[in-house]
Design a binder for this molecule. Structure first.
Ligand code: C2E
Ligand code: MG
Ligand code: MG
Ligand code: MG
Length: 282
């Protein structure tokens, strides 16, 4: 490491670097304003229950309606939001919108949908998270059973004891908890069973190369049996082909989410999708 630093000791601050730094500052300023003005919208991606064939939940995915650049995906701003701490107020906006939307769907007499909300590391570590969630539920007048928080495996494995404590705090509100991007971290069975979880979401990377990669199929099946052992529901993410869906169904995976069924959609399109499905004779 010292050798590496020595070799790179002479750093020139090039015009290109100055330009990058400037662009980043502009981006941070834009993001700060976006949070102030709330330039965010949520899209929702359906989750299909294998047993019934019905959509029983959706995942809320944030998009930034940028004043000049159009609709930006999370990859373009979530990392910066994390870095600057803006993820905390942004996360609160997302929670409020998701709870309000879930309640709106219920008021329109659609079959009830559970809404999953992604929680990032910085948000999870923030001591105010539990009260933020409580307040979002309360102002939307949403029964907490319809809210699910998605935490990533790497996040909760970083400080297991701290995570367990925080998760129990959240559980007392009545919400459910899922592990997102599962399979990419290193959780052991004995650690996993200590978390108050309802669901495991298999990381998309294991689904993408089914059926070409036998190893990924083996891992996927193993995660499904792990879920059964721990009495957790398993959700597969990134299901794009019929073949993947068939494999997952035969492996016993309970819920499927992916472009095969639907992309993340604006709330109005979720409504027509659900209403249309409900109107169809079984
Ligand atoms: P994630 O939570 O794992 O969400 C799933 C991502 O996979 C979404 O990308 C979704 O559009 C994409 N996806 C779903 N099905 C398929 C498929 O069949 N094929 C492919 N290629 N992709 C699929 P998106 O919306 O770009 O979000 C990316 C990540 O950004 C999310 O990963 C999540 O980690 C983060 N994110 C999104 N919304 C929020 C939020 O409100 N708060 C926080 N903290 N993070 C968020
Ligand atoms: Mg997620
Ligand atoms: Mg995921
Ligand atoms: Mg992810």
């Amino acid at each position: 490491r010292a050798k590496e630093a020595g070799r790179n000791a002479i750093r020139l601050f090039t015009p290109a670097m100055a330009e990058d730094a400037r662009n980043k500052l502009i981006r941070i300023e834009e993001l700060r304003r976006a949070v102030e003005r709330d330039e965010f919208v949520l899209h929702y991606q359906p989750q299909k229950e294998v047993r019934s064939g019905r959509v029983i939940g959706v995942e809320a995915l944030v998009r930034w309606q940028h004043p000049t650049q159009g609709l930006l995906l999370p990859g373009a701003f979530i990392p910066l939001a994390e870095e600057t701490g803006l993820i905390v107020p942004l996360g609160e906006i997302v929670l409020r919108k998701a709870c309000r939307q879930a309640r709106l769907w219920q008021d329109r007499d659609l079959p009830a949908l559970r809404v999953g909300v992604n929680v990032s590391a910085r948000q999870f570590l923030e001591s105010s998270l539990t009260s933020q969630v409580a307040s979002a539920l309360q102002s939307a007048d949403l029964d907490p059973q319809w809210l699910e928080l998605e935490l990533t495996e790497s996040l909760i494995m970083r400080d297991v004891e701290g995570a367990i404590e925080r998760m129990h705090e959240l559980k007392t509100l009545g919400v459910s908890l899922a592990i997102d991007d599962f399979g990419t971290g290193y959780s052991s069975l004995s650690t996993l069973r200590r978390f108050p979880l309802s669901r495991l979401k298999i990381d998309r990377s294991f689904i993408a190369d089914i059926p070409e990669k036998l190893g990924d199929m083996a891992i996927t099946s193993a995660i499904v049996s792990l879920g059964r052992t721990l009495d957790l529901e398993v959700v597969a993410e990134g299901v794009e082909t019929e073949e993947q869906a068939r494999f997952l169904e035969s492996a016993g995976c309970e819920l499927l989410q992916g472009y095969l069924f639907a992309r993340p959609l604006p709330s109005s399109e979720i409504e027509s999708l659900i209403a249309g499905a409900a109107a169809k004779p079984a």
